[in-house]
Design a binder for this molecule. Structure first.
Ligand code: BEZ
Ligand code: FE
Length: 303
């Protein structure tokens, strides 16, 4: 579509409408809400005017959001997925991540976290029957001064070798997730599964958007962590498996260089770190992840 240059009259009409809408929020008692709404109005109208959006395109946008609403329920959150593939989730994290030197970087939560995962003892196995290559994970949780965060809670979760989280299967089986506590030296260790690449849910409107724009739904292979402790800022992050799958990219822009780890692979028969006996042919991997938590007061953006 070739746009004609706008006449002064048309420009004035569009700008008057923006001014009118801005003014409608002018008496918002909460100053922060007023600021956010005014900015939203300016950017939204800027987008409509810059793209010279047609009415059919506007309707398509409304239909897209309606479809996202229809597919959303307590197991599926299409709006968060949309935020993720637009990079809005990672941008919000980047803004709010205090970016203190030395603190472990955060990344997206994703839709598959479930509170109340089974308690797993240190050295235990979070696979809980999920299929995949065994992976020994160990590391420490410390504060910015290097002091141990004794008893820190670690929630970990991941998909199985088929690329599916437990909650994506029928039934209510819990697998490939667990809750652990670091010891008095801040150390943790557990068995998990070597992460594999998998697609984000792409059978809905977000998937159709990815297809229409030639984008891949694949996530770089990762293991999720949520690490918390009293007086510390809760960290939501992943570790990513170094290698080819990572280089192919990540549908939700979640990869941070500092979170990429080598998952060293060992042939079957090589003794495991804790003496666990695996089948003779079974390969396994090992990874280290040292977590550094920020103090709790670093909570707000723009600090
Ligand atoms: C995940 O890693 O579980 C995930 C993150 C964002 C969107 C979909 C899945
Ligand atoms: Fe994930």
């Amino acid at each position: 579509m070739v746009n004609q240059p706008l006449t002064d009259k048309q420009l004035a009409r569009e700008e008057a409408l923006v001014g009118e809408v801005l003014a409608s929020f002018g008496k918002t008692p909460d100053a922060r809400l007023r600021f956010v709404m005014e900015s939203l109005v300016r950017h939204l109208h800027g987008f409509l005017r810059e793209t010279r959006l047609s009415e059919a395109e506007w309707r398509a946008g409304i239909e897209f959001l309606t479809a996202a609403g229809h597919i959303t329920d307590e197991r599926r959150q299409e709006f968060v997925l949309l935020s993720d593939v637009l990079g809005a989730s990672m941008q919000t994290i980047a803004i709010n991540d205090a970016a203190q030197v030395g603190v472990t970087e955060a990344t997206v939560l994703g839709p598959f976290f479930r509170a109340g995962a089974p308690e797993v003892v240190l050295g235990g196995d979070i696979a809980l029957g999920a299929a995949g290559e065994p992976c020994w994970v160990e590391g420490t949780v410390t504060d910015l001064d290097g002091g141990p965060v004794a008893g820190a809670t670690l929630e970990v979760w991941e998909c199985d070798e088929a690329g599916l989280y437990d909650v994506q299967y029928d039934g209510d089986r819990t697998a490939a997730r667990g809750r652990l506590h670091a010891d008095e030296r801040g150390c943790f260790r557990f068995w998990a599964l070597t992460p594999v690449p998998y697609p984000i849910p792409h059978d809905g409107p977000v998937g159709r958007l990815l297809t229409a724009t030639g984008r891949s739904p694949m996530r770089a292979p990762h293991l999720h962590f949520m690490v918390s402790a009293p007086g510390r800022r809760t960290l939501i992050t992943h570790i990513f498996v170094e290698g080819e799958a990572l280089r192919r990219g990540d549908a939700v822009f979640g990869v941070r260089e500092s979170l990429v780890r080598e998952f060293a692979r060992f042939p079957g028969g090589v003794p495991t770190p804790d003496g666990r006996e695996l089948e003779p042919e079974r390969t396994w991997t090992q990874v280290n992840f040292d977590v550094v938590l920020a103090p709790a007061e670093v909570e707000h953006a723009g600090a």
